[in-house]
Design a binder for this molecule. Structure first.
Ligand SMILES: *Cc1c(COP(=O)(O)O)cnc(C)c1O
Length: 284
């Protein structure tokens, strides 16, 4: 029997009528780009996640790039991150023409080794892209403090950590901005590419929104040279239809992980994930 790595059909079947209606509405209203369904997703995701601003964009790679560009990161700057991530975390640093600096991970939780992070900071360091890999939240308290002391932007790559928490704070809400992917297989997935930026910084949110829409907040009023990185109305409507279920689905993932742990822990050849104390691991 073939067991799919991710079974996206099972989830669809469980909310088929809601998804089908959401798709039909977008088509009926030809709200394909921008418009009310994209706005609705931004408002509802901001409310559910507990942040002031959600800026939708085309995917979770663009969201990292847009954040860095709007923080004025570029040539001559260094951005620290880890190598054990999806390529986007470092690829986008190169896209801004800054230099990616890799620091090693710790062998217990597989996330950035904070002592090595601290040691790799130079006077060129502008930011750190912290990756909450596989749903495991990093030690945000300590990293936040170091970033404050050294005047470095903390950017959180939350593509694998929707609703993960460290010490009661959600991943993505601690740094200057959080970057999300809604790639179909992510914990909150669209039916195509989609992503967003979350931030409590209004100025950064406005800049990101402008940059992602050709540098124009109002049609034909181009204030900066931007890019085309928009979330489709269809993806926004599908994501909005999933929002009422996402916390329950996340809790269910955690329950299933517990079952795997209790079932597999006696097998010496298998190393199970260690869950960081004081954190909520969401098991991407
Ligand atoms: C998936 C992923 C991304 C990129 O997201 P896309 O939407 O596929 O561009 C970035 N970082 C991490 C850690 C990811 O897992």
């Amino acid at each position: 029997m073939n067991i799919p790595f991710v079974d996206l059909k099972a989830q669809y079947k469980s909310i088929k009528s809601e998804i089908d209606a959401a798709i039909q509405n977008v088509i009926n209203e030809t709200a394909f780009i921008g418009g009310k369904y994209v706005k609705q997703f931004e408002v509802e995701f901001a409310e559910l996640y507990g942040v002031k601003h959600v800026v939708s964009c085309a995917n979770g790679t663009d969201s990292l790039y847009i954040i860095m560009k709007m923080l004025n990161i570029g040539q001559g700057d260094e951005v620290i991150t880890v190598a054990n991530s999806w390529i986007s975390s470092s690829e986008t640093i190169g896209q801004t023409e800054a230099t990616p600096i890799f620091v090693d991970i710790d062998p217990i939780y597989y996330s950035m080794n904070i002592d090595l992070f601290e040691k790799s900071i130079t006077d060129k360091t502008k930011a750190v892209i912290l990756v909450h890999l596989q749903g495991q939240a990093c030690d945000l308290d300590r990293i936040e403090q170091i970033c404050k002391d050294k005047n470095i932007y903390l950017i959180e790559d939350c593509a694998q950590s929707h609703f993960s928490e460290y010490n009661g704070r959600r991943a993505g809400t601690v740094g200057i901005a959080g970057s999300f992917s809604f790639y179909p297989g992510k914990n909150l997935g669209a039916y195509g590419d989609a992503g967003c930026i979350i931030t409590n910084d209004e100025e950064l949110a406005n800049k990101c929104r402008m940059f992602a829409t050709h540098g124009a907040l109002t049609k034909h009023q181009h204030q900066i040279e931007g890019i085309n990185s928009r979330m489709d109305g269809l993806q926004a409507a599908i994501l909005t239809a999933k929002l009422p279920h996402i916390l329950e689905w996340t809790a269910s993932r955690i329950e299933k992980a517990k079952w795997y742990e209790s079932t597999l822990k006696e097998i010496p050849q298998i190393v199970l994930p260690n869950i960081r104390p004081n954190s909520k691991h969401t098991f991407h």
